[in-house]
Design a binder for this molecule. Sequence first.
Ligand code: HEC
Ligand code: HEC
Ligand code: HEC
Ligand code: HEC
Length: 165
Amino acid sequence: MSVAGVEVVRKPAGPPVVPTGTVDEKGRPVTIACATCHATKPANPDARVGRPLVMFHQGLGGQHGNLSCASCHNPADGYASLRLADGKGVPYTDVMTLCAQCHGPQYRDYQHGAHGGMTGHWDLTKGGRARNNCVDCHAPHAPKYPTVFPAFGPNDRFQTGGGHE
Ligand code: HEC
Ligand code: HEC
Ligand code: HEC
Ligand code: HEC
């Protein structure tokens, strides 16, 4: 799929959703968008990664500095987007802008090819190349343990959004 002269950075397909565990009449999983609940529910600015929630998202564990959920999730639109420190919203597909805000050195290393790996051609005159997204390797809620995979499986959810745009 690589085209000479082109570097593509894989991106998440879009905002995450919550699975309901049920399927519709065509067998497709039924999911709920974040804003369905959070557009009306007042945001709790004290919720932090590593401090378990009790009313919902009970399984959501992790460890990421001492970050509050609102360091990344945008309460202004019912968590339909991410947010930067200045309050500006960022679509989930541009999650790397958010990571880069706090991890400048790693982001610069990434841009120089020293962090994050790639597949395809180093020399772009010979062919294109694809770069992994930060979140292909680091789960945002538990980034310490890289979920590094040498090749991407056919069902990888990031495959549709990245690499072919
Ligand atoms: C079915 C309703 C529902 C959906 C859908 C839902 N949430 Fe929540 N969420 C809740 C409830 C209820 C809490 C409060 C949990 C607690 O305090 O124990 C919560 C808490 C949170 C918090 C902690 C801060 C706060 O404001 O309470 C964040 C961040 C959050 N949700 C993000 C999301 C994201 C991102 C999505 C979409 C992937 C999502 N939620 C989908 C119901 C929902
Ligand atoms: C470092 C940034 C960051 C922090 C801090 C963070 N999140 Fe997230 N969260 C993300 C990103 C990015 C995604 C999208 C992941 C994806 O697409 O797979 C996400 C996805 C989610 C989802 C969708 C389901 C899932 O697990 O992927 C929920 C629910 C959620 N976050 C809730 C929370 C809650 C609640 C907190 C605080 C306890 C929190 N997040 C803290 C960045 C963050
Ligand atoms: C608001 C600032 C902030 C944002 C946004 C943020 N991080 Fe972090 N991150 C931190 C802090 C603070 C630590 C803990 C640093 C330490 O202990 O040295 C950390 C630690 C990490 C670590 C090292 C984990 C460990 O324990 O060794 C990785 C990897 C990481 N972050 C990746 C990411 C990725 C990927 C994103 C984007 C989804 C992201 N971060 C977004 C602040 C942030
Ligand atoms: C191909 C997988 C991969 C990608 C893509 C990737 N990383 Fe990493 N990252 C790693 C590995 C492996 C480590 C080392 C983890 C360890 O030794 O525990 C690491 C370590 C880190 C650390 C901890 C400090 C350090 O330098 O060891 C941070 C912060 C970090 N990455 C941020 C990022 C950010 C931000 C992005 C996107 C610009 C990114 N990473 C993209 C694999 C990746």
